[in-house]
Ligand binder design. Structure first.
Ligand code: UN1
Length: 502
């Protein structure tokens, strides 16, 4: 058993106070690169804690909704500045609990900074419409109004970026939040809440409760007073959230799985495509919803591509993400690593060719972590499970094709629709693929990862439920339209009845 001496205990943050859960119990947060490293103990919260947080958020909503949006935004600007000041420490804490390499955790914090500045800017925009009325002396416009308490449930793969995508638009629109982070990365979430506290967000506006899905997640999806639930995670859990929230008609925003494809045509710049597949497939150890876990390659360049891709994947340096030379960190947890190993077994059983990798790495300094070799299957049939199911690990399936049309058919033939990309020098092929891939995000001559905060983020089919986060689209999740008519004629004017003939 690992030793658990002198670990820091971290609290929940409810109604402006840092306090332990009513349960008196905690759970451990350990480093996935070295499980001897105990990062801290976090509150194992109960339904009661969540209810207290929702009550605090409901009370705080009554004054926060009336704070002018540009004033709410000033606090967000301040939060963004604090994130900038603390970026390096936040990134180090994040690598220690999440596993991804430092350059990527710096990127994760940067994405939170970008989103916070962007949403702070919305404080002076949040545009509605003014339109002419069909009647004389009548004025017509629409404005965005907040909804109330928002539940924010986030995953471990982007421990600060994804909370920022949800919390910042929620706040700028005038909502209050109860935030439950993934239990694998509670420190980054806590660091983020601390930034908001230090920026001066009033008590009760942001509440933070750690714990599991049954005790904490469930009341966040069912409680009467919650008006919005924004969830990022697996499609299976997303379905549970959606069903739990249905009886109370909450607005449900879901960001779920992906099985993203890179399509490489015979005229592609192969070196560029190999760079993209390495970054898309093995960046974040494949643990992005946008990860490029399928590569469909034109048969004319298939052999040359596979040679280069496999050689480069074999050369990737796997290790502790805190070391500057590391290119790929561990899986985030034992169960995540187990899933990777299961899919390697499934792929072999299905008859795909294991071109490289396929093994857990547990020698020497890697012995105490959840490390796995970068793994490539080739000659994959699109009907195989490894080509259809989300793995969320460093496993890429390479599928040969004969034409762009076939690549598009394969690309679309999965249950998910988050991100896709094409490598080609031919503008006609690029535009055809751009039009015909049914996804929420598309790239030309770039991998499937790399979304920027000012455009909508999200996917089609089983990836989402029609909403988008990021960009001004996020405002649609966290506000509702109110259409307003002001009649200054001094008499009753009946729309559609008092028709004026010109
Ligand atoms: C995710 O995949 O879970 O586009 C989020 C990207 C990042 C965000 C990814 N900016 O890959």
């Amino acid at each position: 058993m690992p030793i658990t001496v002198s670990a820091t205990t971290y609290n929940n943050y409810v109604d402006g106070r840092w306090a332990p859960s009513a349960s008196g119990e905690t759970f451990e947060n350990r480093n996935p690169a070295n499980t001897d490293d105990l990062i801290g103990l976090f509150q194992k919260s109960t339904r009661k804690d969540v209810e207290a947080a929702i009550d605090a958020a409901s009370r705080a909503y009554q004054h926060w909704r009336l704070v002018p949006a540009p004033k709410r935004a000033e606090l967000l600007f301040r939060a963004a500045q604090i994130l900038v000041e603390r970026k390096e420490q936040l990134a180090r804490d994040m690598t220690r609990e999440m596993g991804k390499v430092l350059s990527e955790t710096r990127g994760d914090v940067q994405e939170a900074i970008d989103m916070t500045f962007y949403m702070a800017g919305e404080g002076r925009r949040m545009f509605g419409q003014t339109v002419p009325s069909e009647l004389r002396n009548k004025f017509a416009m629409s404005v965005r109004q907040p909804l109330g308490v928002c539940s924010i449930v986030t995953p471990w793969n982007f421990p600060m970026a994804i909370p920022s995508w949800k919390i910042m638009p929620a706040l700028v629109c005038g909502n209050t939040v109860v935030f439950k982070p993934a239990s694998q990365t509670p420190l980054s979430a806590l660091n983020f809440v601390k930034v908001l506290e230090d920026a001066g967000i009033p008590k009760g506006v942001v509440n933070f409760v750690t714990g599991d899905g049954r005790q904490v997640g469930n009341p966040l999806s069912t409680h009467e007073a919650v008006r919005v639930i924004s969830f990022t995670g697996s499609t299976d859990v997303g379905r549970i959230v959606n069903e739990a929230a249905a009886p109370t008609f909450k607005k449900v925003h879901l960001e779920m799985g992906g099985k993203n494809v890179i399509m490489i045509m015979d005229d592609a710049n192969l070196e560029l495509a190999v760079d993209g597949c390495l970054w898309g497939g093995f960046g974040t150890t494949g643990q992005r919803c946008t990860a490029a876990s399928r590569v469909v390659v034109h048969e004319k360049v298939y052999k040359a591509f596979v040679e280069q891709f496999v050689a480069r994947a074999k050369a990737l340096v796997v290790g502790d993400g805190l070391k500057e030379e590391t290119e790929m960190g561990p899986s985030n947890s034992e169960s995540q690593l187990q899933t990777v190993m299961d899919y390697v077994r499934i792929g072999k059983g299905e008859g795909a060719t294991l071109a490289c990798g396929g093994n857990r790495l547990d020698k020497g300094t890697l012995a105490k972590g959840f490390f796995h070799e970068p793994t490539i299957f080739t000659a994959v049939d699109p009907r195989m499970r490894i080509a259809r199911e989300e793995i969320f690990g460093p496993v890429v399936s390479v599928i040969p094709c004969r034409s762009l049309e076939e690549a598009i058919t394969i690309g679309n033939d999965v249950e998910y629709g988050l991100s896709a990309s094409v490598y080609t020098q031919d503008i006609n092929q690029a535009f055809t693929a751009m039009r015909d891939l049914y996804t929420g995000i598309f790239y030309v001559n770039a991998p499937t990862i790399g979304a920027e905060v000012h455009l909508p983020f999200g996917g089609t089919k089983n990836t989402g439920n029609g909403h988008r986060e990021a960009g001004s689209a996020a405002l649609d999740v966290f506000s509702e339209w109110k259409s307003i008519y002001i009649d200054f004629s001094g008499k009753l004017q009946r729309a559609q009845i008092d028709v004026e003939h010109v």
